[in-house]
Write a protein that binds this ligand. Structure first.
Ligand SMILES: C[S@@+](CC[C@H](N)C(=O)[O-])C[C@H]1O[C@@H](n2cnc3c(N)ncnc32)[C@H](O)[C@@H]1O
Length: 275
């Protein structure tokens, strides 16, 4: 089980705002949508589709690949990967509201033949079936403190030789108590391993070729620019979503920007292979 009530996090509340985003693009409820119309708001990680492109290269994906996306959110990375690469993706999402919204967007995008949505907790084990060729997981593992259970599930999800691509947080230096509290309470990140500990968790689960790229500077710039753009567009967003939703998103985006501006929180891109 995941420890926190994730559905209370600002980014995950008021998911109906997707309809308002689509309406702003001239797309009515239940009308077909294109993947490229969704990408400005269905990527809940950093650096948008460029990060997903990086995952396809790192995992060596092609049209025959079978990919598991853990913590798929609205399904943005899963749809984009399937559309760009031609691979099939299983999108596993814990929160029922996000799962259902993602599944609906996939249907409207005509991608249901390539992207299968599952609602569930990765800690309960991976989907049954032949092993996946690759796992993508973007900004999900930061919500999960049981890394032994998590990486055991990931290892058993993969076929031999399969690779995992993770965007996640790590500890550069111990956080001050107020920052640690904000990270836990606002971002729902209850556990922050340092680089060596992170690699050790993966190694203990049987992964090899473990590589960690420090993305802290890039992500700090990204989340700072994201908050500036959000603040600058506040009046339009209030008209689109209503003030309570904008206030909740403001708290979330501001807190993330402040945490990355501090000395302790880092961002990492981690790749590893199942032998
Ligand atoms: C920051 S969002 C990122 C969503 C998506 N990866 C993206 O980049 O757009 C993290 C997602 O992980 C999901 N999640 C958290 N813990 C999970 C778990 N134990 N099993 C499956 N999904 C989980 C959350 O519900 C959330 O939708």
């Amino acid at each position: 089980m995941t420890e926190m009530k994730l559905e209370s996090m600002g980014l995950y509340r008021n998911i109906g705002r997707v309809d308002a985003d689509l309406a702003a693009l001239g797309v009515g409820p239940d009308e077909p949508v294109r993947v490229d119309q969704l990408t400005s708001f269905d990527q809940f990680h950093y650096e948008g589709t460029a990060a997903v492109d990086d995952s396809a290269v790192a995992l060596g994906l092609g049209p025959a690949s079978r990919v598991l996306d853990i913590g798929s959110g609205l399904g943005g990375p899963a749809r984009y990967l399937a559309d760009r690469v031609g691979c099939s993706v299983t999108a596993l999402e814990l929160q029922p509201e996000l799962h259902e919204a993602g599944q609906r967007l996939t249907q409207r995008a005509g991608m249901a033949g390539q992207v299968a949505h599952l609602q569930g907790d990765i800690l309960d084990g991976p989907p049954q079936g032949p092993g996946f060729d690759g796992i993508v997981s973007m900004l999900c593992f930061l919500h999960i403190s049981d890394r032994a259970g998590l990486f055991a599930s990931c290892e058993s999800a993969l076929a031999p030789g399969g690779r995992i691509f993770i965007d996640d947080y790590f500890e550069i230096a111990p956080l001050a108590p107020a920052a640690a509290a904000a990270l836990a309470d606002v971002v729902h990140c209850p556990y922050l391993p340092d680089e060596a500990t992170y690699a050790g968790h993966l190694s203990d689960a049987g992964f090899v070729d473990i590589e960690l790229i420090d993305k802290s500077a890039d992500w700090s710039a990204f989340v700072s620019a994201r908050y500036d753009a959000f603040s600058g567009g506040r009046d339009d967003l209030v008209r689109r979503y209503g003030e309570p939703t904008v206030d909740e998103l403001d708290t979330f985006y501001r807190t993330v920007a402040e945490l990355f501006a501090g000395a302790g929180l880092g961002g990492a891109r981690i790749t590893a292979r199942k032998p």
